[in-house]
Design a protein. Structure first.
Length: 206
């Protein structure tokens, strides 16, 4: 499971100590309170120990405007927003795992193919938002999407928190879960207790 939207050293350490399998850093979304610069992401990724994955959450156009960024940051995976065709092309050339975000709701369309991606992550549709809405997804639609893309791993995201993640896992049976605002005490500032509780419930404890 992944804790996303980390901005501070102490939160990275707390997420890892809480048992997170992956930690995420947002670059290229200036409208987000969790957005950080590429140099800041580099500082935080350097603190991650072996056996914990780092995920860079970004846009295709941000990558294009920062040549050499991936070589410097060396994330374990990309959660990549933008043209799916271009993302598929990059997945064949970058040598990185690429997670495809897919909006749940809105126009109601499903995902025709997950080919070329290492995982699909759900995000709740909200008009005018490019991702990370913090709103709970329709778990029935998420379960349907999980079945449609199998055997590609499905990561459940969207409005998850310590109070609902156990039920979400029971109903959707995802490969993994992802939380950001649901484990915060303020935008961009994580809460150690919430992270510990979230990880515990997500992994079947708590």
């Amino acid at each position: 499971m992944k804790i996303c939207g980390l901005t501070r050293e102490e939160d990275v350490e707390a997420a890892i100590e809480s048992g997170a399998d992956a930690v995420g850093f947002i670059c290229g979304f200036p409208e987000s309170p969790r957005n950080i610069s590429a140099s800041r992401a580099h500082e935080l990724i350097r603190r991650i120990p072996p056996f914990v994955d780092s995920v860079l959450v970004t846009r295709l156009e941000f990558l294009e405007g920062h040549p050499g960024m991936l070589k410097r940051l060396k994330p374990s995976a990309l959660q990549l927003y933008g043209s799916r065709a271009e993302a598929r092309r990059l997945s064949r050339t970058l040598g990185l795992k690429i997670i495809l975000p897919h909006f749940i709701g809105g126009d109601g369309r499903g995902l025709t193919s997950a080919s070329g991606f290492d995982a699909v992550l759900s995000d709740t549709y909200r008009r005018g938002w490019s991702g990370g809405t913090g709103q709970t997804s329709d778990w029935g639609l998420c379960r349907r999407l999980r079945d449609e893309i199998a055997p590609t791993p499905f990561i459940l995201s969207g409005g998850l928190n310590p109070a609902n993640v156990k039920e979400a896992v029971r109903r959707v049976r995802p490969y993994a879960v992802d939380a950001s605002s649901g484990v915060e005490k303020a935008p961009g500032v994580k809460d150690r207790g919430k992270m510990e509780a979230f990880v515990g419930f997500a992994k079947g404890g708590g």
